[in-house]
Every structure is written in structure tokens, then in C-alpha cells.
Ligand binder design. Structure first.
Ligand SMILES: [Zn+2]
Length: 262
């Protein structure tokens, strides 16, 4: 059995005002999100959070044959206002990766909203402190991003943090080693693919949901239909090549030029 994890970013209200806090490549509307949930429900899917996925991976728990992992990055206000109520309505749950420095900032969740998400049965994971790519940091900065974010989330929410998502998808072996030392059991990256018992738990794959958005395409990937992965992987390869050729700084500069509000 292979399990697909999806990554979402900002989910905006239909006809709502456009949030200047999120990247339009990765933004979908509430009705697009709901259409996807409704289709997954119709197909008989259930969700596992990161913790439940890891328990299955280690052979400590079973999961229904049709299981999908839903993850939400960057702690947007919409995750509390729009995403959580829809997840509850469809009896799904999610794992929310929070960049700690952005909590209480404009367009982002508050600590009280995060506590409510925990109360609703959502899992909270770390997305670092500053949202800087972990691969560009000194050893000390890297330790601080990983250790402090975990500790602060645990103290503020009164609930253990087991998982991390790599900010901006940058990942390498020294980062994975530091993540392990900091006490995480799972790290999710942005490499497209499916996850099985054999997948490295500190480099779990996720499919980033982005524009142009199509319920059919996302569902095809959740269903494990290979051509849908190839298509998404080619887009991803282009982005990866640009990041490698340009370096993190120039890639971000280019993206800022190409995508207003990025
Ligand atoms: Zn992020």
C-alpha cells in the first residue's frame, strides 16, 4: 500500500478579498477545496495525520486502504476560518505546519486559533521559526530553528510536536540529521511521490496542490495514477532546476518578479 500526502497553502473565500500574504501559485478557493474533499469522501477516502501515518509505517497501526494525508503549510488565518470547518464537515483531519515567527502576524493564525485546531483533533507540526530555507543556515541557526520551534509550539499548545515540514521545500542530508537530533519522528518535503513502509521518514513525499487547480488531477494523484505524477513532476523538475541554477536567493527574486504578491 502507498499513501499520498497533499500540501495546501492559503485557501481563500470565493469572491473574497485576495490575501496579500500568500503566493498565488499555491492559492485555491474554498469551493475548489470543498469540491476536492467531497470527491475524496465520495470515493471512500479517510485521512491520516502525520502521527497516524508514521504509526502505520512502523507497523504499529493499520490504515484503511483508501487513506490520504492532508497537510497545510504556513499557518494562514484561512486554515482556521475556512479549512478546519470544512475538514470537520467531511469528517477529515489534517496536519498543520506552523512557522512560529508568523503566528499572530497579519494574515496568519493566532495562538488561540491554534489551540482550537488542536481541540478539533488537528495535528500541529513545525515549519521552523522564520520560514527561511533550512539548507542555507549555519549549524547553530539550524539547531535553533528546529529545537525552538518544537519547544515553543509544545509549550504554547500543551501537545507534543512530532513532525516538521521543510520551509520552501529545501532539504538535504545534514538538515535531515539535525531534524532527527532535534527529536522529530517525521519530516515532510516537497518531493513528488507516494509513501510506503520503505520511505525514509525524514524525507516523506508530498504533492503540492497549486494552480492551475483541477480536482480530477489531484484525485488522480491520490489514486496513484502514474501519468498524473509525471505531469506534476515535470513542473516540479523545472522549479528544482531553476532553484539549483539560480540558487535560493535568485530563485526567490525571480519568483517575486513573476508572481505578484509572492
Ligand atoms: Zn512554507
Amino acid at each position: 500500500m502507498r499513501i499520498v500526502a497533499l500540501t495546501f497553502h492559503d485557501v481563500i473565500a470565493d469572491n473574497g478579498k485576495i490575501s496579500p500574504h500568500s503566493d498565488e501559485f499555491y492559492r485555491i478557493t474554498a469551493s475548489e477545496f470543498e469540491k476536492l474533499l467531497s470527491q475524496l469522501r465520495k470515493l471512500g477516502y479517510q485521512t491520516a495525520n502525520s502521527r497516524q501515518f508514521r504509526a502505520w509505517q512502523e507497523g504499529k497501526a493499520t490504515l484503511p486502504e483508501r487513506t490520504v494525508v492532508l497537510t497545510f503549510d504556513d499557518g494562514y488565518t484561512s486554515h482556521f476560518d475556512i479549512v478546519a470547518p470544512l475538514l470537520v464537515r467531511y469528517r477529515f483531519s489534517g496536519t498543520f505546519f506552523i512557522p512560529v515567527d508568523l503566528v499572530e502576524q497579519s494574515g496568519h493564525v493566532t495562538w488561540q486559533q491554534l489551540r482550537k485546531l488542536v481541540f478539533l483533533g488537528m495535528e500541529i507540526g513545525s515549519h521552523g521559526m522564520s520560514h527561511e530555507p533550512l539548507t542555507t543556515l549555519s549549524r547553530e541557526q539550524l539547531e535553533a530553528e528546529l529545537v525552538d520551534s518544537k519547544r515553543i509550539l509544545e509549550e504554547r499548545l500543551g501537545s507534543p510536536v512530532h513532525s516538521l515540514a521543510a520551509p520552501r521545500g529545501f532539504w538535504n542530508q545534514p538538515v535531515a540529521d539535525a531534524v532527527k537530533r532535534a527529536g522529530y519522528e517525521a519530516a515532510w518535503v516537497s518531493e513528488i511521490g507516494t509513501n510506503g513502509h520503505d520511505t525514509q521518514p525524514l524525507a516523506l513525499r508530498r504533492v503540492v496542490v497549486r494552480r492551475p487547480f483541477s480536482v480530477e488531477h489531484v484525485v488522480a494523484m491520490v489514486e496513484g495514477w502514474q501519468p498524473a505524477f509525471w505531469w506534476a513532476a515535470n513542473q516540479q523538475l523545472l522549479i528544482k532546476a531553476l532553484k539549483r541554477v539560480l540558487g535560493v536567493y535568485w530563485y526567490e527574486q525571480l519568483k517575486r518578479r513573476l508572481v505578484p504578491n509572492a
